[in-house]
Design a binder for this molecule. Structure first.
Ligand code: C2E
Ligand code: MG
Ligand code: MG
Length: 399
């Protein structure tokens, strides 16, 4: 029989430790509570936990120090960060952990919600180790990766929501765990070398949906996310172009989204692929702008047509004057470089109004619509788009 998974609970509140301990033991974990993080490194090497629940506020040591100690001790455990601090602090601690190379599994807010904790622990038991990867491999080879479409609108002054395109987002419904976030499964697909197959599944669905939409009068752009590994494969632009050529859609309808990090780190290969996408007629968007340190000169040299402002900056517009200044400057910068700008993560009316007031071109976010299935999309879009009829006739006539 496999040994029980080991859980280390690092928290100075005995009441919380007892609660988690009881719950985890009932699920079959081997639990070690640690009320004092003074010898966190020693405790980790002695116990070799598979999972650590880490309180970010311990007496004598804050979470940032604890993360550094875990990183220095070479911890391979997955880590759930746990704190009463606000969501931004938790998220930035999560990023800090990741930048140390730690495996941050998630964040939980105090006061503890036992149901959330239980599902986190069960999810860990169901999917830890290599089995999630094995299951993903099967899902990809069986074509069991779905996609959702998040509407993107034009932020014009009239106040009407005019949908101009859709972002295609991969979805995996795990048979026992339920939906798994792409933030979790895309890196696994990259690690396993199946990201190309996964991307093909996503693209095929996006192209089929575009054709279906054309058939009912909607000529919308489809934005697909490409991972750095797919970008650095020199065959990618041709593969994408040949899929498009076999369909009823035009290359201009496809926007390739590349994260700022990927575009900047892949050097010459990236520039070659990016240039070839544009030469083949596709649009290019720099995704999650504002999360990395890009050189503005690089941005100017790369053939992007759109810049997408990261949702963390957009979410901060209401809370922080600095975020407003950055977003406004990014919009100006992009326009001065001849790029259009899309803001992602619009959740409230004031943020939408602010973005309109500074001339941001396009937007997407939960305020407008969550990502939708193909069926939900049909209900979301207006029934007909008569002004597009001529376009469609022209496009269909080519095939
Ligand atoms: P992304 O490309 O930046 O996609 C936007 C993410 O923000 C999506 O998360 C979307 O659901 C979420 N989002 C949209 N509006 C809002 C909002 O108003 N508030 C908040 N808080 N979030 C919002 P999702 O679907 O979980 O995808 C996460 C990331 O996974 C994507 O970030 C993208 O980097 C990656 N991803 C998704 N599908 C694919 C894919 O097919 N291939 C690759 N390589 N990566 C993918
Ligand atoms: Mg994207
Ligand atoms: Mg993004």
């Amino acid at each position: 029989m496999a040994r029980p998974k080991r859980l280390l609970i690092v928290d100075d509140d005995p009441g919380i430790v007892a609660l988690i301990e009881q719950l985890a033991e009932s699920l079959g974990f081997d639990v070690r509570p640690l009320g004092n993080a003074a010898d966190l490194s020693g405790d980790c090497s002695a116990f070799l936990p598979d999972l650590i629940v880490l309180d970010l506020r311990m007496p004598g040591m804050d979470g940032a120090q604890a993360l550094r100690i875990l990183a220095d001790s070479g911890s391979e455990a997955e880590i759930i960060l746990f704190s009463g601090a606000d969501a931004r602090v938790l998220n930035s601690a999560a990023r800090l952990g990741e930048s140390h190379g730690l495996r941050i599994r998630g964040v939980l807010r105090k006061p503890v919600d036992l149901e959330d904790l239980e599902s986190e622990l069960k999810a860990f038991l169901g999917c830890s180790g290599s089995s999630l990867g094995d299951e993903l491999r099967v899902a990809v080879s069986d074509g069991k990766i779905d996609v959702n479409y998040q509407p993107k609108i034009r932020l014009n002054d009239t106040g009407d929501w005019q949908v101009i395109g859709l972002e295609v987002l991969a979805r995996w419904q795990h048979p026992t765990r339920g939906p798994v976030s792409p933030v979790e499964f895309i890196p696994i697909a990259e690690e396993l070398g199946i990201i190309r197959d996964l991307t093909d599944l996503v693209l095929d669905q996006a192209i089929a949906e575009s054709e279906r939409l054309l058939g009912v009068g909607h000529r919308l752009q489809m934005a697909v996310n490409l991972s750095p590994l797919v970008l650095s494969d020199p065959k990618t632009p041709d593969r994408l172009a040949s899929r498009i050529a076999k369909s009823a859609i035009e290359p201009q309808q496809i926007i390739v989204e590349i994260t700022e990090n990927a575009a900047m780190s892949e050097g010459v290969d990236a520039i070659e692929s990016l240039t070839r996408f544009r030469l083949k007629g596709m649009e290019l968007s720099m995704d999650d702008f504002g999360t990395a340190y890009s050189s503005l000169v690089q941005l100017y040299r790369m053939p992007f047509s759109e810049l997408k402002i990261d949702k963390f900056l957009v979410l901060d517009i209401e809370r922080s004057d600095e975020a407003c200044v950055i977003v406004r400057s990014v919009v100006d910068l992009a326009h001065n470089l001849g790029l259009s700008v899309c803001a992602e993560g619009i959740e409230t009316q004031p943020v939408l109004q602010y973005l309109r007031s500074i001339g941001c071109d396009h937007g997407q976010g939960f305020l407008i619509s969550k990502p939708l299935t193909g069926e939900q999309l049909m209900r979301f879009l207006p029934r007909s788009a008569p002004n597009e009829a001529a376009n469609i006739a022209a496009v269909m006539g080519r095939h």
